[in-house]
Design a protein around this ligand. Structure first.
Ligand code: PLP
Length: 409
């Protein structure tokens, strides 16, 4: 019998089924209140706008082009719209600085491929987006903990990377309403990161998947915007901004984008030619059609809906969680991150929670590159209504309070 493992490349050894994605398959049960999936609420998709967009494109003279091969850079009118959109958040660029991907997940894969040789180091948050770790893992990197408090010197990152057999190549982070913590990096920490990037001479990958979903507080300029302001032009920057239409319009179309210095964009275009030629032409066209007509109204709609759910979750946590748990208070996005007392295990709690309370969430351990911090969990408020959130958190609080008592006994 052929043992496939014998002939797979070494890079495949770190490709494992994600517990979370496996888990999500099981939790799609109607009797369960789920705070597990970090997905947008389908009731908020601009479905009518998409229906009209497809219909208009197919009856018009664009029908042939919509079904044809297209350029690897991405649909020009969509890139032109993005140039205008980026200008509103302080990112001055041209269409040469924008590359359309099949979701921002593809951007993470390509950036891993572009920068990481086996043994190189990627600096990531502790915790960080699991999908980023999965994308980078294929390129056999080491991970080091990106800390923005300024208490680690560039030399210490460099020395650790050399010891691991490579060089530091990039720092990856979600600066706004991160998955999984919901936290936002303040302006001073963004500036420290840019200084670290300059000292280490590495790329900074800014994952902006949730950036438009702010419910309150002052917007902090994107890292790329701060760097353009410092250095005078996007061509002098090291930040690569990864955006997505998944959380704002709809994820099923798989349209995301990268904004950055033209030499990097040109390499990414070559990678796309080799990988899948281009993202779906028709989907890029409908995204352009819908974005140009409905984007501000759609953003206002989802901010109002998710903001109310965020409020409901924070209120319920304050009412029902036992005293020795703590949680983040996100100003946007889809997630709240809960820290349980030391010694508790999120995965074990999930098993009991699904069984007895019919409430699901994601254990936090999977989001740490070293699988530490078992006493954490991620709650998503994007897909449950306010009543479900109150009921679900009440049940979860009850379960956690019981477990805390048992732990103390
Ligand atoms: C932080 C973050 N980045 C990137 C992605 C990938 O999104 P997409 O490929 O749909 O743009 C997600 C999806 O959940 C995410 O949470």
């Amino acid at each position: 019998m052929l043992n496939w493992e014998d002939i797979f490349a070494t890079r495949s050894s770190r490709m494992r089924a994600s517990e979370i994605r496996e888990l999500l398959k099981l939790l799609d049960r109607p009797d369960i209140i789920s705070f597990a999936g970090g997905i947008p609420d389908p009731a908020l998709f601009p479905s009518d706008a998409f229906r009209n967009a497809y219909a208009e494109i197919f009856v018009g003279d664009q029908a042939g082009a919509a079904l044809q091969y297209s350029v690897s850079e991405g649909f020009l009118p969509l890139r032109q719209w993005l140039v205008g959109e980026m200008a509103t958040i302080g990112i001055a660029c041209t269409t040469d600085n924008i590359f359309i991907t099949s979701g921002s997940q593809q951007a993470l894969d390509y950036l891993g491929k572009l920068f990481l040789s086996p043994g190189d180091t990627a600096l990531v948050g502790w915790p960080t987006y699991l999908g980023a770790l999965q994308a980078f893992n294929a390129y056999e990197p080491n991970y080091d903990q990106l800390t923005l408090s300024g208490n680690r010197t560039p030399d210490s990152y460099q020395a650790a990377a050399e010891k691991a057999g490579g060089a530091v190549k990039f720092a990856y982070l979600s600066a706004d309403f991160a998955n999984p913590t919901g936290e936002t990096v303040d302006r001073a920490a963004r500036e420290r990161l840019l200084a670290l990037g300059d000292e280490l001479n590495i790329a900074v990958i800014e994952d902006a998947a949730y950036q438009s979903l702010r419910y309150d507080g002052e917007a902090v300029p994107p890292i790329l915007a701060l760097e353009i302001a410092q250095k005078g032009s996007i061509e002098a920057t090291r930040t690569l901004y990864c955006g997505s239409f998944s959380k704002t319009l709809a994820p099923g179309l798989r349209v995301g984008f990268v904004v950055g210095a033209a030499p990097v964009i040109r390499k990414l275009v070559l990678m796309k030619q080799a990988a899948d030629l281009h993202s779906s032409t028709i989907n890029q066209m409908v995204v352009a059609h819908v974005a140009t007509r409905h984007f501000p109204a759609q953003i206002a709609k989802i901010r109002a809906a998710y903001g109310a759910r965020r409020d409901a979750m924070l209120a319920a946590l304050a009412s029902y969680m036992p005293a020795d748990t703590s949680w983040t208070r996100p100003q946007g996005g889809m997630f709240v991150w809960v820290t349980l007392p030391e010694g508790m295990d999120g995965a074990e709690l999930l098993a009991r929670s699904v069984e007895t309370e019919k409430v699901a969430f994601v254990p936090g351990q999977a989001f740490f590159a070293d699988r530490s911090n078992a006493n954490t969990l991620r709650l998503s408020f994007s897909c449950a209504n306010e009543q479900m959130i109150d009921e679900g958190i009440k049940r979860l609080g009850r379960l956690i309070a019981g477990s805390v008592k048992a732990l103390a006994a």
